[in-house]
Ligand binder design. Structure first.
Ligand SMILES: [Cu+2]
Length: 443
């Protein structure tokens, strides 16, 4: 086990009390009362929402602009904290919710300090899940704060469900000169936001999930709270002076955040993974550059690296849109500073064949003795037909004076964008519903 708990957890004990810290150290990732056991009673039947069969307290449902409805269940675990289950998407015009994700969650926050003396797995190695923060009403503007049953801590009002404007969803000046109506079509988008704040010693992590009216899902982790007070001893090449002069150099470190997604597109765990690469060839002499895109089916487990013009998608084997195209979700990583320090941080994405005990990207507690504990080792050539998608987004944090106090939130994350989930944009105004595919000749 490479994780050195040392100074960080000493601090955590002080904050949270010995009992909590010890429970976390023993690795008791107890699922909080889940949907079925929420109150000991049978869950009421969900009305007309087959994709989210959980009791009301564990159900999230939100209709957004354009008539898009997102539905999901949630539960809570003392490692990852918030876990989303049975996420479905129902844009206007779809008779039934389209199942997208069977489950989605944070799978690690790995924090190595630059001097090599401290390295933390904040999700599995601190009190992350236990230290769910009670949210003030003002932290969940326009929304509802749900109560979370945290093992050994009781009820915490810590899950915010709200909506937020995201600006322009689309705009089209359907110019009369090109045969259009001369009308301007435009819409402002809204997102469903679901988030919690978990404390990991001095840091506080905001885990945010965002579901857009256009079918996009994003997750971002925002780090705030305080810099570690025990790490003000960074040298010139490993820290940054914080405070007067250069007496105290806050030690630089990375936050390598991992997510784990179990897709369930169209209700099936079976899916295909594809990698796309585009190669640009500059013109020889006159003419213009050309670009060729190739599709590589990912038939076996993969540890993947990002590259310009490379992307991946998870493709449904169970459903097609009304154009006859298989539904898929594309993985869209955000800005990342990949950390080369560990085999599991060296790669940007992993696609592994589903195995129940493989839950955390590193320091995985649930596979038992002798089984490798990190995601890189699970990529061992198995055929991929029930892929689990892992995304790693890194941030090298060189502190700055502004990080005190509290530290402004720094965000890192990724998106999953719908690709051919619907035959047209789910937000297409009724007037334009006929404009699918090659336009008719215009005079
Ligand atoms: Cu940091």
């Amino acid at each position: 086990m490479h994780v050195s708990h040392g100074k960080r957890l000493n601090g955590a004990r002080k904050v949270l009390g010995t009992a909590l810290a010890v429970t976390a150290l023993l690795g008791a990732a107890i699922s909080a009362a889940g949907p079925a056991a929420a109150d000991g009673k049978a869950a009421p039947k969900a009305p007309a929402a087959p994709a989210a069969d959980c009791s009301a307290a564990y159900k999230i449902e939100q209709t957004l602009d354009g008539g898009t409805t997102w539905r999901m269940c949630w539960h809570y675990n003392t490692y990852s904290g918030l876990i989303l289950d049975k996420v479905s998407y129902q844009p206007k015009g779809e008779a039934k919710p389209i199942p997208v994700l069977t489950s989605a969650r944070l799978a690690q926050v790995h924090v190595p300090y630059d001097d090599g003396e401290a390295e933390f797995d904040d999700v599995t190695g601190t009190d992350f899940g236990m230290a769910l923060q009670k949210l003030k009403t003002s932290e969940c503007p326009g929304g509802t704060i749900k109560t979370v049953k945290v093992p050994d801590r009781g009820d915490v009002s810590g899950l915010c469900v709200t909506t937020r404007a995201r600006g322009h969803a689309y705009r089209l000046n359907n110019d009369g000169s090109t045969g259009g109506s001369g009308k301007v079509y435009t819409g402002q988008g809204r997102d469903l936001l679901v988030y919690t704040v978990n404390k990991a010693s001095w840091y506080e992590y905001i885990t945010e999930w965002r579901f857009s009216s256009d079918g996009t899902i994003s997750s971002n982790v925002g780090a705030t709270g305080s810099l570690s007070p025990f790490d003000f001893d960074g040298g010139d090449d490993r820290g940054w002076p914080i405070g007067k002069g250069d007496q105290a150099k806050a030690e630089s470190h990375s936050h390598n955040v991992f997510w784990r997604m179990n897709f369930g597109l169209d209700g099936s765990p079976k899916a295909k993974v594809e990698q796309y690469d585009s190669k640009v060839t500059p013109p020889t002499g006159g003419g213009s550059p050309t670009t060729k895109t190739t599709r590589t089916p990912v038939t076996k487990e993969l540890a993947g690296d990002r590259k310009d013009m490379r992307w991946w998608r998870v493709v449904s084997t169970a459903g097609k849109n009304k154009d006859g195209h298989p539904r898929s979700y594309e993985i869209v990583p955000g800005a990342s500073q990949k950390h080369a320090g560990r085999p599991f941080t060296k790669r940007d994405v992993f696609f592994t064949q589903y195995k129940k005990c493989e839950q955390y990207a590193s320091n995985n507690p649930s596979c038992g003795n002798g089984v490798p504990t990190s995601v890189d080792k699970w990529v061992d050539g198995q055929t991929l037909n029930h892929p689990i998608t892992w995304v790693n987004i890194g941030f090298h944090h060189i502190a700055r004076d502004e990080d005190q106090q509290p530290m402004p939130v720094h965000w890192q994350g990724f998106s999953m964008a719908p690709r051919d989930v619907t035959a047209m944009s789910p937000l297409t105004p009724g007037d334009l519903a006929g404009q699918n595919g090659r336009p008719p000749n215009v005079g």
